[in-house]
Design a protein around this ligand. Structure first.
Ligand SMILES: [Zn+2]
Length: 184
């Protein structure tokens, strides 16, 4: 049996996160979920996707509910990695790239492997701890399995906007491969 990876799209339909003229963050998160899920399954992983009804909830229920679901599943049979998929924003057009955010030591090890995998194909990527980020993110702090938040790209970044507009399928597949590389 392949390793178990739990995937969910950050935010919800009615609390969509960052919104630009072009994109709503939730919609991109959800698209990335579908591409990454398909790719990881084709690589032999057992992928568990969050049940769709949770995406109808507002904040903070969409967050507390997914954490409960993950912890219940993990108690029944261990989940090797839980991932919440997001897209980033910055006040500067010059900030671009993929971020892997972690809390625990095990999450840090996986985040570094994901970062290295993206960098190996010449993509701008970094791993960053909650401490360095200066935020307490419930998805990482309250889930029992190893958890990582993936910020696929900056919706505000000059380069990332082009990637999101014209090549996001490629980006999401590369992120799936980076996740797979971190499971070895
Ligand atoms: Zn977000």
């Amino acid at each position: 049996m392949g390793k178990r990876i739990f995937l969910c799209a950050g935010h919800s339909k009615i609390s969509p996160g960052y919104v630009t003229r072009e994109f709503r963050e939730f919609d991109l998160n959800y698209q990335s979920l579908k591409v990454i899920s398909r790719r990881l399954q084709s690589l032999g992983f057992e992928v568990i996707e969050l049940e769709e009804s949770v995406y109808d909830l507002p904040y903070p229920q969409y967050l507390t509910r997914r954490i409960e679901i993950i912890n219940d599943l993990h108690a029944t049979r261990p989940i090797d990695l839980a991932i919440d998929l997001h897209h980033n924003s910055s006040s500067s057009l010059r900030v671009n790239g993929t971020w892997f955010i972690y809390g625990s030591e095990a999450g840090g090890r996986k985040s570094r492997l994901m970062t290295a995998s993206m960098q190996a194909i010449g993509h701008n990527a970094r791993d960053i701890s909650l401490e360095e980020l200066g935020r307490r993110l419930g998805f990482i702090k309250k889930t029992h399995p190893v958890a990582v938040i993936v910020e696929s790209a900056f919706m505000s970044g000059a380069v990332d906007k082009l990637i999101l507009r014209f090549g996001r399928g490629l980006l999401y597949n590369a992120i799936a491969d980076a996740i797979a590389d971190s499971m070895k």
